[in-house]
Ligand binder design. Structure first.
Ligand code: RB5
Length: 154
């Protein structure tokens, strides 16, 4: 992603510390970054922050998002309920690369209690720099959108 792109970051309390590290890291890299909270370690509910970031992406206020909760599980499940959001929970460089190349993930989910800072920042690098592979993967990602359409409330 070019440095003109806007990245959103959000977390619950379980991901707060890592989210702040990522926020600062992306700023240092020259990205425009929007910090959507939370802003301290007080207990909050991860779906609220998944929704905040997901809606911001849908509105076009951000181009890509990074979510962090304790495990990365709850916040990715919640984000993936929003049509058009493809949140990928990644634990390593390979899953981050595949999430972009094969799945065109627009949101990265990390576990602040699972993945250490250095690995997380490498995952962020890969997530930000890897392009979607298009080709055969495009058809498959389009099928995800078709599932969303099928279950959309009329
Ligand atoms: C909060 O304690 C924890 O449940 C949350 O951060 C996350 O791990 C949920 O999936």
């Amino acid at each position: 992603m070019d440095k003109e792109s806007v990245v959103g970051v959000a977390s619950d309390h379980g991901g707060y510390e890592l989210k702040e590290e990522i926020y600062q890291y992306l700023l240092d890299q020259g990205y425009q970054v929007v910090n959507l909270g939370c802003f301290d370690e007080s207990s909050v509910d991860y779906p609220d922050y998944a929704l905040k970031l997901g809606e911001s992406l849908k509105e076009g206020e951000i181009d890509r998002g990074i979510l962090v909760c304790g495990t990365g599980i709850g916040i990715s499940i919640a984000a993936n309920k929003i049509p058009g959001i493809r949140a990928a929970q990644c634990h390593d460089i390979y899953t981050a690369q595949m999430a972009r190349e094969h799945n065109d993930a627009n949101v990265l989910a990390l576990g602040g209690r699972i993945t250490g800072k250095n690995t997380s920042l490498r995952i962020v690098d890969i997530f930000m720099s890897t392009k979607f592979g298009e080709g055969r993967h495009k058809k498959r990602v389009e099928k995800i959108s078709e599932i969303e359409q099928k279950y959309k409330k009329s």
